[in-house]
Design a protein around this ligand. Structure first.
Ligand code: NAD
Ligand code: SER
Length: 316
């Protein structure tokens, strides 16, 4: 049975990934870790260890102490925050990954590391980015993901590290808030729609981006990690596709449930980032190699988000 460490576990993905991994492997088999200090750790998050992934000695000591065999390395700075602090984003995203890969090499660990649609840039195939389309991003975040993918492939080819990766699209979820990305509007809109019946979007109405509902993203992650090694033919990040929609289309779908919703637009710096990304990606390799298939469409995702969030929001 694997013993798993999740870094960045208190973030948008980690919160749900830890829960899913614990359902499969058992609560004690999955150690959640994050840089944040928790005074009172809720039961759902335990076992939890405060850990800075930039502290390689502490990371290695924890891996040895807990006899870790797999690491889901999620700690990172996302796109919008990365543009405010590019060198800090580079340091966390790259040095954190190097620390994990280097320990994986000596200790024979299996690694999951998430990449992003942010590997693509404005010179690529914007309408439908293929797996091997040009990756020439214009953001510090995107540069760190392209470099990270190549280093993962390098560690696999040179040292036999079993490292697997997915280029997640923008992720939509209702458990933990998103952490500073360009696609965060697609989560914020639900909260504001339920609370205030209006939302001011920081992207323009027709900005179409690849998106995915979190249950699909978690399923993709678990599916890739449980695939036989010889089926994982791509050792950079796999393209995975589910949805493509714009703020206007998302607002229209939410409006079917909340007809009084009003949406306003006030594009900011994040528009430039969004404009550099594709509107859709070709994921046939993931579908062929490890049978990836999304389940949630725009209408079923919106209905499920609202059902879950309504239980949390009082003013409805
Ligand atoms: P998030 O910002 O919600 O969570 C990141 C977590 O990392 C936070 O809890 C933060 O406290 C923690 N962290 C920051 N610095 C740390 C450090 N030095 N040591 C340990 N922990 C630290 O991010 P997320 O959305 O959960 O994303 C996780 C991964 O998935 C990232 O690599 C991100 O690039 C990738 N990804 C996310 C999305 C998305 O839409 N959420 C899309 C594509 C790729
Ligand atoms: N959702 C992420 C972001 O916007 C994409 O990697 O940064």
């Amino acid at each position: 049975m694997p013993k798993i460490l999740v870094t960045g576990a208190l973030g948008q993905i980690g919160t749900e990934l830890c829960a899913a991994l614990r359902l499969i492997h058992g609560q004690e088999q999955v150690i959640a870790s994050d840089i944040r200090i928790l005074n009172d750790t809720p039961f759902a998050i335990r076992p939890y260890v405060q850990l800075d992934v930039l502290d390689k000695i502490a990371l290695h000591a924890l891996i040895l102490k807990e006899k870790i065999t797999e690491v889901y390395h999620l700690a990172a700075t996302l796109s919008a925050t990365g543009e405010k602090h590019p060198l800090k984003a580079w340091e966390l995203n790259m040095q954190g990954l190097f620390n994990v890969l280097d320990i994986a090499k000596t200790d024979k660990l299996k690694i999951f590391w998430p990449s992003s649609i942010a590997v693509f840039g404005p010179t690529g195939n914007k309408a439908f980015s293929q797996q091997h389309s040009v990756t020439a991003p214009t953001t510090a975040y995107g540069i760190s993901k392209v470099a990270g993918e190549l280093w993962c492939k390098y560690y696999h080819e040179q040292y036999g590290v079993d490292v697997r990766s997915i280029r997640y699209p923008g992720l939509i979820s209702h458990t933990a808030p998103p952490g500073g990305g360009t696609t965060d509007y697609a989560v914020d809109i639900f909260h504001q729609a339920l609370k205030h019946r209006h939302y001011t979007c920081f992207l323009k109405p027709h900005t179409t981006l690849p998106m995915m509902y979190m249950p699909d993203a978690i399923r993709a992650t678990l599916q890739l990690m449980s695939a036989p090694a010889d089926k994982v033919k791509i050792r950079i990040g796999y393209n995975v596709h589910a949805l493509s929609f714009s703020p206007e289309q998302l607002a229209q779908e939410i409006g079917k449930h909340l007809p009084s919703l009003k949406i306003y637009y006030k594009p900011d710096d994040r528009q430039v980032i969004a404009d550099s990304w594709p509107t859709s990606v070709d994921d046939h390799h993931a579908r062929q190699d490890w049978h990836w298939q999304h389940e949630f469409e725009l209408d079923t995702m919106v209905a499920d988000m609202l059902k879950n969030l309504k239980q949390l929001v009082q003013h409805i």
